[in-house]
Design a binder for this molecule. Structure first.
Ligand code: ZN
Length: 223
């Protein structure tokens, strides 16, 4: 039996485990496998999911380095910081000790301010469409989620949704507002979401595909 070449774009992680798993994490495809399973056997088992994994990895956009003329996502479009059509500005003065960390902080603050305006407006609009009351709207720095709705009706949204196309941000808003009717993800809940946002599946799919790129944008500067 000849040894098949292991594909260069797959990272094989061996450990004392019993099963084989395939995982797309950021820009990498990770294959976890037991210590002694032959590579050809592993490949045969994951073959049918490789196209999906590669497709998914290609969609990942590595974060741009923080700089005074970095690209930024704004409502699904790329704008370049320091140019007139960029809605943000961050010009560090000469006394700023750590310009990159400073630019990052400024940008996040500006995204958050814009996100708060946006979600205040949109939440009020969708609540009136649905005929429900909502509490306080806030903006959060969630790492693993896009929004939330408390039992009191307070809504919170991830500021990073300002990087997504408006229809996607709006879907998250509709989703949270619909939790005022159903505090679950039942069929009745999704029917309410569909009534306000018929294309919600497409928007949820967009978040699955691009969410990690959004979460990783504006990385910490390590200083
Ligand atoms: Zn939900």
């Amino acid at each position: 039996m000849g040894r098949e070449a292991w594909p260069a774009d797959l990272t094989l992680v061996r450990s004392p485990r019993k099963t084989i798993s395939l995982h797309v994490s950021r820009g990498d495809i990770l294959v976890r496998a037991p210590l002694r399973t032959p590579q050809s056997h592993i490949l045969a088992l994951i073959q049918h999911r490789l196209d999906w994994a590669r497709e998914r990895r290609h969609r990942y956009v590595a974060p741009a380095a923080i700089s005074p003329n970095m690209p930024l996502l704004w409502h699904g479009e790329t704008r370049v910081l320091g140019t007139p059509d960029c809605p943000f500005s961050a010009v560090p003065g000469p006394r700023v000790r750590d310009p990159r960390a400073w630019i990052r902080r400024q940008l996040i603050n500006q995204y958050r301010t814009r996100a708060l305006d946006y979600f205040n407006d949109r939440s009020a609009y969708w609540a009136s469409q649905l005929g429900v009351q909502i509490g306080q709207v806030s903006v959060r720095d969630y790492r693993g989620r896009w929004g939330s709705c408390s039992h009191r009706g307070d809504l919170a949204f991830n500021w990073r949704l300002m990087m997504a196309p408006p229809a996607v941000a709006d879907y998250v808003c509709v989703h949270e507002v619909c939790h005022r009717l159903h505090m679950n993800h039942s069929a009745a809940f999704w029917a309410a979401v569909s009534s306000l946002c018929p294309d919600w599946k497409q928007h949820r799919h967009w978040l699955h595909e691009h969410g990690s790129s959004l979460m990783d944008a504006l990385p910490k500067t390590n200083e």
